[in-house]
Design a protein around this ligand. Structure first.
Ligand code: ADP
Ligand code: MG
Length: 326
């Protein structure tokens, strides 16, 4: 049995303008100790998928249908009492902006200790020791001294390390990292990702790494989900997604990754703008932006098709290839 099993999840925001279908039938499995990447441009539904799992949807957001099973327990409709027990305890989340996630009026130590006291049965001395240990684990120098400092005394990269320490303090089964390095500069980004990989190996928890950057996924993930317009267009092992992409959107994302030998050459961003979720097209949601779109792509949505045991995609190009025997 998978640690986390999401089936046909639909989450919408009910706005004055209408129902915004932010997540449209997302399904995936996460095994214990594995790293799953969720990739896609801004607005593709990555965060809403994560917030649905945690049930921390803002305002008018609601899970409309689907199932989220965690360690054998159904979370959809489970109620706030169950979720309170799971949040920060068995599933932790790190947000994109560490400044807004830390309270500026408490020291780093107070905040770390609070998280530990809340989620474990350690006493204050043990919580202090654990907090120091966690800071050391995330490579914060002089952790005892740092415990007494306030968030403003930390750089952006350091604050994000503290957030990781905080998320890990309760030893969750799953860590959801929602663009944890997007606000940081590239060299610090690489360091944080290395760190997460090391800790993941050491503690053996599962990670859901959310990012708009396929490069981040390459460093870290076993499995990858590529999202577009609230749905999954392609899903597979990291190797399959990188070396055998089977959806035109994924191919576009791959062309837009900067590589070491680019020499400042122009990358190719995918042209056009993401679709309006209030007015979903009839066919493939990516078709209006796809250079290789065929007539059928505009007319009819492509069902998910198994490429091999480790790989599935929903792109008419695969059907055409199969029919033509290419
Ligand atoms: N609070 C909200 N109210 C209305 N619509 C929202 C809200 N939050 C997100 N959305 C919609 O859901 C879509 C997916 O958002 P999100 O999951 O945050 O994207 P991303 O992939 O960038 O994390 C957005 O395009 C937006 O239209
Ligand atoms: Mg997001």
């Amino acid at each position: 049995m998978s640690l986390l099993s999401v089936k046909d999840l639909h989450t919408s925001f009910f706005t004055d303008a209408g129902e915004v279908r932010a997540v449209n039938g997302v399904s995936f499995e996460l095994e214990r100790g594995k790293v799953l990447g969720i990739v896609g441009e801004s607005g593709s539904g990555k965060s809403v998928t994560a917030y649905s799992i945690m049930q921390i949807l803002a305002g008018t957001g609601r899970i409309v249908s689907g199932s989220i099973q965690f360690d054998g327990q159904e979370l959809v409709g489970a109620g706030e009492k169950v979720m309170k027990d799971i949040r920060g305890n068995r599933i932790s989340i790190i947000f994109q902006d560490p400044m807004t996630s830390l309270n500026p009026t408490y020291t780093i130590g107070q905040q770390l200790m609070e998280a530990i006291l809340l989620h474990t049965d350690r006493n204050r001395q043990q919580a202090w020791d654990r907090a120091v240990e966690m800071l050391r684990l995330v490579n914060v120098n002089e952790p005892e001294k740092r415990m007494k400092q306030y968030p403003f005394e930390f750089s952006g990269g350091m604050r994000q390390r503290v957030m990781i320490a905080m998320a890990l303090a309760c030893e969750p089964d799953i860590l959801i990292a929602d663009e944890p390095t997007t606000a940081l500069d590239v060299t610090i980004q690489a360091g944080i990702l290395e760190l997460m990989k090391d800790i993941q190996k050491e503690i053996g928890m599962a990670i859901i790494m959310i990012t708009h950057d396929l490069g981040v996924v390459a460093q870290l993930c076993d499995e990858v989900i590529v999202m577009y317009a609230g749905g999954i267009c392609e899903q597979g092992t990291a190797d399959e997604i990188f070396y055998n992409p089977c959806h035109e959107y994924t191919k576009g994302l791959l062309r837009s990754i900067p590589t070491a030998d680019d020499n400042g050459e122009k990358l190719e961003p995918i042209s056009g703008t993401p679709i309006d979720l209030l007015n979903m097209p009839k066919g493939c949601p990516f078709a209006p932006r796809c250079d290789n779109a065929m007539k059928i792509c505009l007319r009819e949505k492509c069902e998910r098709m198994q490429i091999n045991d480790d790989h599935a995609a929903a792109c008419w190009m695969n059907v055409r290839k199969a029919v033509k025997g290419e």
